[in-house]
Design a protein around this ligand. Structure first.
Ligand code: HEM
Length: 503
């Protein structure tokens, strides 16, 4: 059968061959190609100039002040080296100089940092509309390309819905409270008469809880193997992606290979199927029938790795700093103890702590909020502007830039938190729910694990304050806050057993 082009050619040719046998279409095509040959580079150059001009217009309108540092690397090294300091850091210093919305250059990208409450709120609330997540490449490489923090749009919504409905649903978590309490009781049973490193205990506790919820595995050899490799993997996430045997990132990549292997072996041989992994794979198989089995398995594995990361080190760091702040403030310890002893008084002998008990202990919840405000497990998050974003009628965040809503600045802002460096859980009672709090993020990506984390910390505090009178800190720990809040000595303490019983 004659093609359309040939048919046209035949028609034209039959009307008269003016070009020595070339059909009209062919001639036009040839001319177009000649023109393209000449004009494509011109168009490309013109488009480039237009884009640069547009950018120049945006930048002149943008009016953002700031500095860019070295070519490519920008101010990344200064940012990373200062972010760990408990004192004024990179953002504080720049904000003082350039205002609370300023430009810089980080992780090879032009960047805007927002340190004012209004802009921070706007950025997290406009998720998917004006901004999308933009975590560093190292996150995707180490947690897997499909992990929840690196995906956007439909894939992310599908994963989030699944997590909220199947992994972190209150009804399911309620059933885990006894397990968490058993773990806490067992851990604390060996604390008397020795120096306890709270960070080690908290990390083990939080990992065991997350592993049970996510992988359905109990403490043991498999658990320890994944835990050790996850620590190395997580450390690598916060360094430049230079894959060499001696870099933290390189070590993280090898740890990822081991985690993937351990998980794959476990998933193939696990006794009980129909767990989170299977349910998730089934969900995406129905939703995206075109995905290959390998892709489905990859997405399932990345869901698990992402949850193992999101769930344990964050909670562990908060536990460590709660023990520190409560121990340093005897009046807080006394108040919190009163609240927990009241719960015990209302219970029958042997009756256990519940999810509802933890939610109802408002002072304890305020202690957790105040701990997160001060130690800022998540100092910021990573976003990218999807269009030129006009801010306050004066400034413009240019399209495609990395945007960091800086939670820590809001948490230390004395207009909201007078005497901001003071640990004062009572401030929430006085101010009600009006205080801006981004300890668990905000907007559509608000942490879905916040209730679980709060419950774990509440149960730890319950047994800590009812079993021990107080705890003494051994030596001086130096805090640092990047990438996670840490204490130089891992918070060594010695507990003093409780003299008085409650009932
Ligand atoms: C004190 C402990 C925790 C803190 C401080 C914390 C903090 C956060 C923050 C700030 C975000 C938002 C990130 C963003 O906007 O880019 C987030 C997201 C997330 N968190 Fe948590 N988290 C904690 C515990 C947990 C736990 C226990 C789990 C589950 C086991 C969990 C699972 C997640 C997940 C899946 C996301 C991603 C949500 C999404 O992208 O839609 N987190 N967390």
């Amino acid at each position: 059968m004659m093609g359309v082009l040939q048919q046209q050619e035949a028609g034209v040719m039959s009307g008269g061959d003016l070009n020595g046998g070339l059909g009209m279409t062919q001639m036009l095509l040839q001319q177009a190609m000649m023109i393209n040959g000449m004009t494509l580079p011109v168009i490309a150059v013109a488009a480039g100039m237009w884009w640069r001009w547009q950018r120049a217009v945006v930048m002149s309108k943008s009016k953002l002040r700031g500095s860019s540092g070295f070519p490519l690397l920008g101010e990344t090294m200064a940012y990373m080296s200062q972010m760990g300091s408990p004192l004024a850091n990179f953002v504080d210093n720049k904000a003082k100089r350039y205002g609370k919305l300023f430009k810089t250059h980080l992780f090879f990208q032009p960047t805007v940092i927002a340190a004012e409450e209004e802009e921070v709120r706007m950025i997290v609330q406009k998720e998917g509309k004006l901004f999308d997540v933009n975590y560093p490449t190292s996150f995707a490489n180490l947690l897997g390309p499909y992990n929840g923090l690196n995906i956007v749009g439909h894939m992310w919504k599908r994963m989030r819905r699944f997590i909220v409905a199947n992994v972190l649903k209150p009804e399911l978590l309620r059933e885990r409270v006894n397990f968490i309490e058993d773990m806490v009781i067992e851990a604390l049973s060996s604390w008397e008469g020795r120096t306890v490193f709270v960070e080690d205990e908290a990390r083990a506790l939080a990992f065991h809880v997350t592993a049970l919820i996510v992988l359905n595995i109990h403490p043991g050899e498999l658990n320890d193997k994944i835990k050790e490799d996850m620590y190395i993997l997580i450390k690598g996430m916060f360094f430049l992606p230079i894959d060499l045997p001696w870099t933290a990132y390189g070590k993280g990549m090898r740890a990822r290979e081991r985690v993937v292997k351990t998980l794959t072996d476990y998933l193939e041989s696990r006794p009980v199927k129909d767990d989170i992994y299977d349910k998730f794979i089934q969900t995406i198989r129905e939703d995206s029938p075109e995905d290959t089995e390998e892709m489905l398995r990859g997405q399932g594995r990345d869901l698990l790795t992402g949850l193992l990361f999101a769930g344990h080190d964050t909670t562990a760091a908060t536990m460590v700093f709660t023990v520190k702040y409560v121990g340093e403030n005897p009046h807080v310890l006394a108040e919190i103890r009163k609240e927990h002893e009241n719960v015990i008084k209302l219970k029958q002998p042997g009756e256990r702590l519940t999810w509802e008990d933890c939610k109802a202990m408002s002072f304890t919840q305020d202690v957790i909020t105040e701990t997160l405000r001060l130690c800022n497990v998540s100092t910021t998050t990573f976003r990218k502007s999807l269009e030129d974003v006009h801010v306050g009628g004066k400034l413009v965040i240019p399209k495609g830039w990395m945007v960091l809503p800086y939670f820590r600045s809001v948490h230390y802002d004395p207009t909201f938190y007078p005497d901001p460096y003071k640990f004062n859980p009572w401030r929430y009672k006085e101010a009600g729910t009006k205080l801006p709090f981004f300890g668990f993020g905000g907007g559509a990506r608000l942490c879905p694990g916040s209730e679980l984390a709060r419950t774990e910390i509440c149960i730890l505090l319950h047994h800590l304050v009812t079993k021990f009178d107080s705890w003494e800190f051994i030596g001086k720990d130096i805090p640092s806050f990047f990438p996670f809040p840490r204490l130089s000595k891992r918070l060594p303490i010695r507990v003093k057993p409780r003299q008085k019983t409650v009932k």
